[in-house]
Write a protein that binds this ligand. Structure first.
Ligand code: RAM
Length: 357
């Protein structure tokens, strides 16, 4: 959450009381049974100087995709401006959790100071991340989380409810809140997409959406060809399909490419989470009316700041702490050590040309 002046007084109170609790609790274990000594309960000093000369490893879900290239350039900018070294590693596949584990182990062996990872699976990375934390490496997740005990903090783009409801509303408006809908997701295990899908399912029980029916959820693994094929299958298999939500930048771009060339263009509505530069042609040609996203560069930048603040001992990831991310302002560590960037932006024909990412 970004701090506004109205939040400040309440938050300062919370920080003061949590700092005194911190002092009292200093030396306690975090009780998660992982044996890590460098716990969230360890003492933090918001005034500790920012350490320089650190190495921060970024491990996106997938390298060489527009979304993560932009996010990780943001991380690189933040880390380098703080006087440390940025290193990006990762696989080219959109569903290779085992590949992520190998990269985590390599970063641990290289004795980096911090790791920022977008997790392809909530469980699969945990042993490797706990090993990294045991060796003193500060781990944050960004974009897509692990289980909370496998990292110190999660940098979330926006709340799952805002992201889910935003997409459902955009689609609902376009189909008159009536008819069959489907979801084209990324990897089947992706923590972020799965959280958004369960929020969408929950929102669908609201009477506002009682005439909308979710008939299928399919997975394109964040691969262009697979996502294109899954989009085609959805439309062929569900002849009454009125709309698709694709909560992934790679998925929505592939679905838009398919629909734009098909007889269903304009009839089967499409929304989701897209990058403005990928989606501009499909907004211009009428395939897509509106979609959502946040600025991935800001997400990466915030992850870089959080990683350095942890490695500098300014925060430990405990709920109630705050840290400054330079020009982006102060950020508050919330429940389950989640740090929220803000709210998603809606892109449509009126504003798409104002964005370049
Ligand atoms: C894809 C990835 C990423 C997600 C975005 C919206 O690029 O799946 O994790 O946050 O879409």
């Amino acid at each position: 959450m970004r701090i506004t002046p109205t939040h400040r007084a309440a938050i300062l109170l919370a920080v003061v009381s949590s700092l005194s609790l911190l002092t009292a609790a200093c030396g306690d274990s975090d009780g998660d049974g992982d044996g890590a000594t460098n716990t969230k309960n360890a003492e933090a000093s918001p005034k500790a100087p920012t350490k320089t000369g650190l190495t921060v490893g970024f491990l996106p879900k997938q390298v060489n995709t527009p979304y993560f290239s932009v996010a990780d350039r943001g991380g690189e900018r933040a880390v380098e401006e703080l006087g440390s070294t940025f290193e990006e590693v990762g696989t080219e596949q959109g569903a290779d959790a085992a590949g992520q584990v190998s990269h985590i182990n390599a970063l641990t062996q290289a004795k980096v100071d911090a790791i920022a990872v977008s997790a392809l699976d909530p469980d699969a990375l945990c042993d490797a991340l706990k090993q990294a934390m045991d060796e003193g490496i500060k781990v944050v997740t960004y974009d897509s989380d692990t289980k909370p005990e496998c990292r110190y903090a999660f940098i979330s783009p926006a709340s799952a409810e805002d992201i889910a409801l935003g997409q459902l509303e955009l689609l609902g408006k376009q189909i008159g809140y009536k008819g069959d809908i489907a979801i084209l997701s990324a990897a089947q295990t992706a923590t972020n997409q799965n959280a958004w899908i369960s929020s969408i399912k929950e929102e669908l029980t609201n009477p506002r959406y009682e005439d909308m029916r979710l008939v299928d959820v399919v997975y394109g693994d964040d691969e262009a060809a697979k996502s294109y094929q899954k989009s085609e299958e959805l439309v062929v298999e569900h002849e009454n399909l009125k709309g698709i939500i694709s909560p992934t930048t790679n998925g929505i771009a592939a679905a838009a490419r398919y629909l734009s060339q098909s007889p269903h263009k304009g009839n089967v509505k499409l929304t989701g989470l897209g990058a403005p530069n990928d989606m501009r042609p499909y907004i211009k040609d009428g395939t897509v009316e509106a979609f959502l996203l946040w600025d991935p560069a800001k997400l990466g930048e915030l992850a870089g700041h959080a990683a350095v603040a942890l490695a500098s001992g300014q925060v430990t990831g405990r709920e109630g702490q705050m840290f400054q991310a330079d020009d982006m302002g102060w950020f508050y560590i919330g429940e389950d050590s989640v740090i929220t960037l803000g709210e998603p932006t809606i892109f449509d024909a009126d504003n798409i040309d104002d964005y370049d990412f």
